[in-house]
Design a protein around this ligand. Sequence first.
Ligand SMILES: [Zn+2]
Length: 458
Amino acid sequence: MTNTQAIAHQLAKVLTRYSADYIEARLEESQSSYITYRGRELDSIGRVRAIGGNVRAMVKGAWGFVSFNDLNELPGRVELAVKQAQFAGSEESQLAPVEPVVDILSTEPDKNPVVIPLAEKKQLLDEYNDIIWRTPKLQTSMIGYGDSYKKVIFLNSSGSYIEQDRADVILRLTAVATADHEVQQAVLSLGSRGDFSLIQGLHQPIEQMAQHAVELLSAPQVKGGEYTVVLDPVLAGVFAHEAFGHLSESDFVYENDRLREIMTLGRKFGSSQLNIVDNATMPGLRGSYKYDDEGVPATKTYLIREGKLVGRLHSRETAAKMKEKPTGNARAINYHYPPIVRMTNTYIEPGSASFEELTGDIKEGIYVKNWYGGTTSMEMFTFSAGEAYMIRHGKLAEPLRAVVLTGNVFTTLMNIDGIGNDLKMNQGGGCGKGEQVPLPVTNGSPHIRIRHCLVGGR
Ligand SMILES: [Zn+2]
């Protein structure tokens, strides 16, 4: 038994002795490594080990939260969290009931990317950087690699004791090309649930990415206006997560009167083909887990089913306050933060259309691929696509400079009139909410077609 486990076992015995309505503790041991390049030069490389934890206590509806790096300080920290909560609490504590769970999932890591020597990782990234720099007209490049392995022990005053582990790998490459005062860029973003082999052997896609940045220098700008657009699985997945998914987070819904009115269960949001799901129970994805950071079992939650709003994402507290079932969506980026309502693996379920069926009857439209960036503000979104092509008479035509899609998420959901049969999950994403960024998530979708989409140049 490790020292952290011994401390957790001791704490489990005494957690009910404090005068609080509820107490939980999370103890973490993590290792991570990172390598970054700016242009040709190596920018940073290193390894980090961290150990720490937190205690969260609820008294009369208020939370106390204390994080710490020295596990030996634990009893004092529990008292402090309880005192904080006692000081602020004045209502009734509301937490949806959950059966206590005792489960030990982690014994030995089968995929720990951190143990692969840094030299081996650097050699692979050197090769990738060389490929990028073989491209003519290159102005600069960026590479960011990170991996981690984390063991988490969760326990609470209801008798839950859970040990889980998780591993992550993330790689993002950017190539920037320039000619005649023009600058264009292309991005490739990938990730995995700790499997380093998924970022090996990418020499060819990276070469294509760098060449794409150069091609864009001579590509025409789109003529702004309304088009029928076909989104690839990456961009459609980001749309599902960013434009719609965040509006399904119940802490946000509960606190916002207008949004609560809009997000009425049973309301029609799209055609009967449209299903949007958040599902942490899918195996092996970056947003997957068995229990969330409140010890609640992960679930598959339909947000939109057959076009109607049927669910939303909950912590125990939001579920109790909104009188709905907990969904196991309380997540914290690390022990420095309390869990908040987050997405996991969010995707549009596949339909039946082939890519040719989606594009076949489009006279003049646009095919948009990959996520480049964007912003959302309530129901409005603005997304930049990484790649774009004209669709002419049902066929893919010339490449375009990067385009921007703008719209109202609810109007856009209604305008989805074609859903492909080719669901793909994109593992390159990281989600931000408040200070907690980037949280490992996965977005996915098949190709989808949207009518009357407003498209502009970047
Ligand atoms: Zn997000």
